[in-house]
Design a protein around this ligand. Sequence first.
Ligand code: MG
Ligand code: MG
Length: 248
Amino acid sequence: MISIKSAREIELMVIAGKIVFETHQHLKKLIKPGISLVELDSEAERFILSKGAKPSFKGYDGFPNATCISVNEEVVHGIPSNRKLKLGDIVSIDIGADYKGYHGDSAWTYAVGNIDDEKKYLLEHTKKALYEGIKQVKPGNRIGDIGYAVENYANNHNLGIVRELCGHGVGNKLHEDPDVPNYGNKHTGPILKEGMVIAIEPMLNLGSDDIVIEDNDWTITTLDQRPSAHFEHTVLVTKDGYRILTGE
Ligand code: MG
Ligand code: MG
């Protein structure tokens, strides 16, 4: 069942989303060669707690950390380790915050110093694919319109699409109905209504679509070991369009 949020629920989700956005802005300043993933993770946790929220991911299905941090060929669900970032890496940080029982969820892929042109291309166009999806959000449009827009954009830019994972509804649970796939057909799927909140999150690859799950049962990497990017916003369906809750 797809929930429609009350005005009070939306108020809490606006705050949760803002905390996620601010956590990203805080971490962004710390990303540089030599910093370890656990340092970024503990800084995120400290920051989220300082805002009166809790990290949504910690303990979710047993996930051990506050954030998911995935480097280069890692797509999503990377477990923060002592690995240190290197010049030329790309790093995807996925952050969730639970404010008084309501969640915000946003991922962003960052460059560590100067990166090569292929990685720049991947970041630029995965981010644009996210906004192509977001542009479809308005009452009366359907989930398939979002997936179609993301898929079409990715295909036009020759990027692989991770289809095994998708976006989702967000509310008093981190993952709610509906699924929001990064592919689809126009005019299909659940109809968007004012008061719904969804996370749209394209995961696109420089190489093929194919992924593998690593031995830790969490981290997902590309089969061909080529880089992958992940951009995600939590978005509210408004009366005549959308509002991004995890942005400025
Ligand atoms: Mg996320
Ligand atoms: Mg998500």
